[in-house]
Design a protein around this ligand. Structure first.
Ligand SMILES: [Zn+2]
Ligand SMILES: [Zn+2]
Length: 395
């Protein structure tokens, strides 16, 4: 293994001619999608190395920090994407288990990664919220802002979730009081009302700042209260749909976006064969998700310039089954995401490749603490004196 990539002993491509997963190449036949024929195209290094490429004023970079699902794998964290804009803004869409180690490896200060948008509260999309929050103190010095929908009851909404996450961290927070600045020890929920969606109100503006708009739209996923997002900035647009059963409604909300990111799932037969689960069980699970041919149907309505599939079980013999089904319904450019897939979007083209990051990365220094490094009082919950008296003093 070299810096997170596999060395394969034998052919490195599938029978369809796609790269094998985790071998350093993007899983696509369309690494470059030209939007403006005849335009002068920027060229990019084959591998993205954090800190070496400035974003242009009219450019978006999207990095997959988690391409997987609840079964977190060493090569596939659960769902999460980092979106960076040429104006300096950064957004995290979902923060599934294991994804924050990929996020931190990109060498951006946690204080600049303080805007998280949640599509729904399945644990494979929110499992690392405590981990992203835990960069408090010397690494994070700004509150963590979390956007997400209200629930069927108040207890099932994003605000209650954030409140419970904060309360669950009470021991953690108390232990750091008086030792590190408390500016980062805040989770601020920005919950929007899911009940306002309807046929006459399909999208709701949930964020508008610095020329960026993010709208939310409802998606079909298990129960009440899951959403997708569409981000528009500087004439560029992307969408992110969390999880779910593909539906024409969500496709219509993102019509013509530059990049549509949507979940994809194994077909029932491949899932049954790989996981050793009876076919009738996998058929039931798969019906709630987006198999290759349904992914293609979604694309036919949404007509994105590039479609990105994530939430998929990657393996040497699962890449082709996805594309086999996809190509029965759709001919356009599609990439099957793996962790650290990087996509650059400009007015002229969309380029996708992989990042190489340091396996022993350190967090970047935080920017100036706008709250002035406020310190809370040390906790009253002191260690008993009799035990403290036995501490072995250093020099
Ligand atoms: Zn999921
Ligand atoms: Zn889900």
């Amino acid at each position: 293994m070299i810096n997170g990539q596999r060395i394969v002993d034998g052919p490195t491509e599938t029978p369809r001619g796609l790269p094998l997963p985790v071998t350093g190449r993007a899983l696509t036949s369309d690494p470059i999608v030209v939007k403006q024929e005849g335009a002068e195209l920027r060229t990019y290094p084959e591998i993205f190395r954090p800190g070496t490429e400035e974003l242009a004023d009219d450019e978006i970079r999207m990095t997959c920090c988690g391409s997987g699902n609840p079964i977190v794998r060493r090569a596939q964290a659960a769902t999460s994407w980092l979106i960076e804009l040429g104006n300096g803004d950064r957004f995290v869409f979902d923060v599934g288990g294991g994804s924050v180690q990929n996020l931190w490896s990109l060498g951006i200060s946690p204080a600049e990664l303080d805007k998280v948008f949640l599509t729904h509260l399945h644990l494979d999309h929110v499992g690392d919220l405590h981990v992203i929050y835990d960069a408090m103190g010397w690494a994070r010095n700004t509150p963590l802002h979390v956007w997400g929908p209200s629930g069927y009851t108040p207890e099932m909404g994003t605000a209650a979730f954030c409140d419970h996450m904060y309360k669950a961290a009470l021991w953690h927070n108390e232990s750091k009081s008086g030792h590190v600045p408390s500016s980062g020890a805040v989770i601020e929920a920005h919950e929007f009302d899911y009940s306002q969606f309807g046929p006459d109100n399909p999208q709701v503006l949930v964020y508008e700042e610095n020329g960026v708009t993010i709208t939310a739209f409802p998606t079909v996923h298990c129960i009440y209260g899951a959403v997708g997002y569409r981000l528009d900035w500087n004439g560029l647009s992307i969408s992110f749909h969390g999880d779910g059963t593909p539906c024409s409604f969500e496709a219509e909300q993102v019509k013509g976006v530059d990049v549509m990111m949507h979940e994809a799932f194994l077909d029932a037969k491949t899932f049954s064969r790989k996981a050793g689960i009876p076919l009738e069980t996998t058929e039931s699970i798969v019906s709630l998700h987006t198999t290759g041919e349904r992914f293609g149907e979604l694309c036919n309505i949404a007509e994105p310039t590039l479609a990105v599939a994530y939430h998929y079980f990657l393996d040497d013999d699962t890449v082709d089954p996805f594309f086999d089904l996809l190509r029965t319904t759709y001919d356009g450019p599609v990439v099957l995401a793996q962790d650290l897939t990087v996509i650059n979007v400009t007015p002229e083209q969309i380029v996708n490749r992989l990042a190489e990051t340091d396996l022993l990365h350190w967090p970047s220094p935080p920017p100036e603490d706008k709250r002035g490094g406020e310190m809370r009082e040390p906790s009253e919950a002191e260690i008993p004196a009799w035990l403290r008296q036995t501490v072995i003093a250093g020099d």
